[in-house]
Write a protein that binds this ligand. Structure first.
Ligand code: NAD
Length: 499
């Protein structure tokens, strides 16, 4: 059995706590590795190494720091297939999707190459007589991030690329379900020239997370994961005086107006609802057709598309639509929620409950499900299912559809499909959700914009990546300086009498 390690101060270090978690191959259901779960003492060792290394790194000029990321981007491209293979084998997502996971992280590293530009301060010349004011952006020191299983490459990179570019040291506590790629990323950073101790990976669970939250040296904590844990980390971290940003769960609605191109809308829904087995925080899990006729047309277009989906392990080829979910517990939870939908009166028009894949009976595969006539009071509507389950809620009007998206407790992403510019514009302007797609089902902003939800989908005041990341990972210092007149008034050839 493969035993994974931590990555502390430039070395792979065996776990010493005696506690481990199983890492599965979700396609077969087999345990393929054991990952160590760090104790507080192991986290303390990483923090000490980070604190020792950070001042020198913070003093390296930003252009040189950026060059490390330039090289890192090259290495990611060199190792893309190797990384994607490791990612798919632990997560279960398809090979092209694993590459997308890496690519979307790579793009943030690429954006962070602009560190010299982004870290330029502000300057007021002549704020008063002989007085200038200038501000600088300085690193926080030791920073940390806690990441979810569903994007084991992208989300760590969204955190550590800006943290490092800004001159910080960064301690990553990745998901214990797919920890191999984060370890590989740390190695690549050091191959790219990052000094030891600036990136470290400490594997673990709540014990490691609490060690981060209660550590006095760590200045900031980034978190991405489910909302209850986001709330815990935000509350605890802030109470310890840390800078914290937490991104949580989602229930993303897609509104389909009667004038939408129905084929386009159905294709978009199938990709956004079932891609990555629905394990995306920007997945569409609720379709809201406006009007009975729209709903009937959409349903007729969706069913054959869903029934054609190819569900298989990533090794079965690039035409696989989605793979297994991450664990047996995740599968069980999804099927329990599907059953609650049936019990609470929704129409299960595509039933994937009996899905089984020959040769992979022990794998964590879940067939696709489509519910129609879902209502607001049902658990399948209120809860984030995080599986291949799409719910249709029929709305009578545009206002009712907008109200559904607005009243839901989550506010990560949403989309509207229409040919009407006025409806799209009104929707984008009024909806209380962080990321909006117009005829785009998964509106994940690119690296140079920022990513973040509203309501229960995010806690903290800055978004991930883009210009916000450079704010999150730096402190502003503002200097007011006054130089009284001196040597420019003429040369001084004698020692002045000091009285
Ligand atoms: P999770 O909350 O179970 O785990 C996230 C991290 O928190 C992991 O590193 C885990 O080890 C740690 N953790 C788990 N339980 C903990 C506890 N009790 N105390 C302290 N730490 C704990 O989430 P997950 O299942 O890995 O990921 C799926 C969730 O992440 C979904 O809800 C999804 O919507 C969300 N997500 C959100 C975004 C976003 O940007 N908003 C992006 C990706 C995923």
């Amino acid at each position: 059995m493969k035993e994974l390690t931590h990555y502390i101060n430039g070395e792979h270090v065996k776990g010493t706590s005696g506690r481990f978690a199983d890492v599965y191959n979700p396609a077969t259901g087999e345990v393929q590795a054991k990952v160590p779960l760090a104790s507080k003492a192991e986290m303390d060792a990483a923090v000490a190494a980070a604190a020792a290394a950070q001042p020198a790194w913070g003093a390296v000029n930003p252009q040189r720091r950026a060059r490390v990321l330039m090289k890192f981007v090259d290495l990611l491209q060199r190792d893309m297939d190797k990384l994607a293979e490791a990612l798919s084998s632990e997560h279960g997502k398809t090979f092209p999707d694993a590459k997308g996971d890496i690519q979307r992280g790579l793009e943030v590293a690429e954006y962070c190459i602009a560190a010299p530009q982004m870290l330029k301060g502000e300057y007021t010349d002549g704020a008063g007589p002989g007085i200038d004011i200038y501000s600088m952006r300085q690193p926080l020191g030791v920073t940390a991030g806690i990441t979810p299983f569903n994007f084991p490459a992208m989300i760590p990179m969204w955190m550590f690329a800006p943290a490092i570019a800004c001159g910080n040291a960064f301690i990553l506590k990745p998901s214990e379900r797919d920890p191999s790629v984060p370890l590989m990323l740390a190695e690549l950073l050091e191959e790219a020239g990052l000094p030891k101790g600036i990136i470290q990976v400490v594997n673990g669970d709540k014990e490691a997370v609490d060690a981060i939250l209660y550590d006095d040296v760590i200045q900031s904590v980034g978190f991405v994961g489910s909302t209850p844990i986001a709330e815990y980390i935000y509350g605890t971290g802030c109470a310890q005086g840390k800078r914290v940003q937490c991104f949580g769960g989602a229930k993303n609605h897609m509104i389909i107006m009667p004038d939408a191109d129905m084929d386009q809308a159905a294709d978009a829904l199938v990709g956004a609802g079932y891609g990555a087995a629905g394990e995306r925080c920007m997945a569409i899990s609720v379709a809201v057709p406006v009007g009975e006729e729209t709903a009937d047309k959409l349903r007729d277009k969706l069913i054959p598309r869903i029934e054609k989906l190819k569900i298989a392990p990533y090794t079965a080829g690039d035409d696989v639509d989605y793979g297994p979910v991450v664990t047996a517990a995740a599968k069980e939870n999804i099927l329990r929620l599907v059953q609650s939908g049936v019990d609470q009166g929704a129409d299960l028009v595509v039933d994937g409950r009996d899905f089984s894949l020959q040769g992979y009976e022990e794998g964590f595969f879940v067939g696709p499900h489509l519910f129609d006539n879902v209502t607001k009071d049902m658990d399948i509507y209120k809860t984030e299912i995080f599986g291949p389950v799409l719910s249709m809620v029929r709305a009578k009007s545009y206002e009712e559809a907008l109200g559904l998206a607005m009243d839901h407790e989550y506010g990560n992403g949403t989309a509207i499909f229409t040919r009407d510019g006025d409806a799209a514009r009104d929707f984008a302007s009024r909806v209380n959700i962080g990321m909006v797609g117009v005829n785009v089902p998964i509106p994940v902003p690119l690296a140079y914009h920022t990513f973040g939800g509203w309501k229960k989908s995010a806690f903290g005041d800055l978004n991930q990546h883009g210009p916000d990341a450079f704010k999150f990972y730096t402190r502003t210092k503002t200097v007011t300086s006054r130089w009284p007149s001196g040597i420019k008034e003429g040369g001084e050839f004698h020692f002045k009498q000091m009285d």
